[in-house]
Design a protein around this ligand. Structure first.
Ligand code: GRF
Length: 202
């Protein structure tokens, strides 16, 4: 049985996607939030997942006492210092752009306003700078001229919810995978008889 911690400061939609993906698998999940009334903690309560409010200043002490196979940041809004990161072990994060473009806050809006034609989602290891750690996986979202911001944002979040659980599973298995494996395993939308509506291949 593997044990992961998912840390978030807000909504927790990625957390919920992760819980659903692992519900029949032998992975135990603990939800941690640095914001006492964050919706992610309410989701954890409703989903009957272990959860706790963990003030930022208590991270070092907590992770010195509690060991996880993987710590997953999902909308965690603080920068974690090096000594705390060391105590946490392996830490990954999801970011709503194709890094290294559009690091930091409001990445979805920044990419859209810049007029990029391809953006997407990145999962990366966490170091003590903002969104600079080694990239593990990326998935594109194409923006055509008729696309509205709301549609773009919704598609980014949909991709996040499909991508993150798969990548977490692979990282836990210590498996290296390439982009095509990722597309296949992430394909939950099959066009009738026409294959995946993203890559058209399976
Ligand atoms: C996501 O867009 C993620 O990429 C970014 O923060 C947002 C968290 O959303 N790091 P949620 O709390 O999982 O709904």
């Amino acid at each position: 049985m593997k044990h992961i911690a998912v840390m978030g400061s807000g909504n927790g939609s990625n957390f919920e996607a992760i819980v659903k993906w692992f519900q029949d698998k032998s992975v135990e999940i603990t939800c941690l939030s640095d914001v006492e009334d964050a919706f992610i903690l309410k989701r954890a309560q409703n989903l009957r997942i272990n959860h706790q409010f963990l003030p930022f200043e208590q991270n070092f002490e907590y992770f010195s006492k509690n060991e996880f196979d993987l710590v997953v940041l999902a909308g965690y809004m603080k920068i974690i210092p090096e000594n705390v990161l060391k105590a946490m072990g392996k830490v990954i994060n999801i970011h709503p752009s194709l890094l290294p473009a559009f690091k930091g806050k409001d990445a979805v809006k920044k990419a859209f306003l810049a007029g990029v034609k391809v953006s997407g989602v990145t999962v990366h290891y966490v170091d003590c700078n903002i969104d600079t750690g080694k990239i593990i996986a990326q998935y594109p979202v194409f923006i055509d001229n008729s696309m509205h911001f709301d549609e773009f944002e919704a598609e980014i979040h949909e991709i996040e919810h499909r991508l993150y659980p798969i990548v977490i599973e692979k990282v836990l298995e210590d498996k290296i995978f390439d982009f095509h494996d990722l597309m296949k395993s992430g394909c939950s939308k099959n066009k009738e008889g026409g294959g995946c509506d993203r890559c058209g291949q399976h």
